[in-house]
Design a protein around this ligand. Structure first.
Ligand code: ADP
Ligand code: MG
Length: 256
């Protein structure tokens, strides 16, 4: 496989599993031989820390990349544990939105920044913040597709329509390449009837766009970030890790 694929991991809700999906899919793809770059687009810097990189000590960050004071090559670091490269983020990124507001091509910064490294990777995964902000827009304009992690809860479908509409708008106006790749059910507990019902509704509405892989609720995935590692590396035998490895295979099959 040689064609670069750029995917956003997005959902405007917080705490739904975006960062967990990003770092574990990145590590899973790396384990099956893919060259992966992660872009942390969230000022919380959780993907950065969860990849074993100290967000308070970045030589350059995604903030510098968006403001064009550094390139990806200078800003990227190696996640030794994860087996992928990452452009880190920290609180500084929260200011980028305001600083970019009067600048030209402000929604195309990330897309442009990725051009020089496009032959160096098979996958770029963009961990988006919990909003449909200019930061997320930079991700959507740069990407070929969107992966949407979601919990099968009562209001999940409602929130989804805003995101789907945003993807349609970006597709129509800014990035004709952009597609919804799929919806990933995460933190799933099959014993909870409501989750099964929402999962069934999801399949009825979105059909093929719902990934086959289901990520279970698994405490090892939640523990891994405090060790600066993706769960698939921290405890490869855990059910959560195995599900993400399966998901990496599904992704390669789907888009490979
Ligand atoms: P987001 O990036 O959307 O805000 P996170 O990936 O940070 O969401 O996940 C929110 C919280 O849930 C984190 O504490 C994370 O460790 C935990 N978590 C995520 N996925 C799982 C899972 N499958 N099982 C258990 N805990 C999870
Ligand atoms: Mg996050």
């Amino acid at each position: 496989m040689s064609k670069l694929r750029i995917f956003c991991v997005a959902n405007q809700k917080g705490g739904v599993g975006k960062t967990t999906t990003t770092v574990n899919l990145a590590a899973g793809l790396a384990q099956v031989g893919q060259r992966v770059l992660v872009i942390d687009l969230d000022p919380q810097g959780n993907a950065t820390m969860g990849s074993g990189i100290d967000k308070r000590a970045l030589p350059a960050s995604v903030y510098d990349v968006l403001l064009e004071s550094a390139g990806i090559v200078e800003a990227r670091q190696r996640s030794a544990k994860g087996g992928y490269d990452i452009v880190g983020a920290n609180r500084e990124l929260a200011g980028a939105e305001v600083e970019l507001v009067n600048q030209e091509r402000r929604e195309r910064r990330l897309k442009r920044a990725l051009l020089p490294v496009r032959d160096q990777y098979d996958f770029v995964l963009v961990d988006c913040p919990p909003s449909l902000s200019l930061l997320t827009l930079n991700g959507l304009v740069a990407a070929h597709g969107v992966i949407v992690p979601m919990q099968c809860e009562y209001f999940a479908l409602e929130g989804l329509s805003d995101l789907v509409n945003t993807i349609k708008q970006v597709h129509a106006n800014l990035n004709p390449d952009l597609q919804l790749i799929g919806l990933l059910r995460v933190m799933f507990d099959p014993r909870i009837t409501l989750q099964q019902q929402v999962s069934d509704q999801l399949k009825a509405h979105f059909g093929e766009k719902v990934f086959d892989t289901v990520i279970p609720r698994n405490v090892r995935l939640a523990e891994a970030p405090s060790y600066g590692q993706p769960g698939v590396v921290f405890d490869p035998t855990s059910r959560g890790a195995q599900a993400f490895i399966e998901f990496a295979h599904e992704m390669v099959k789907r888009v490979g």
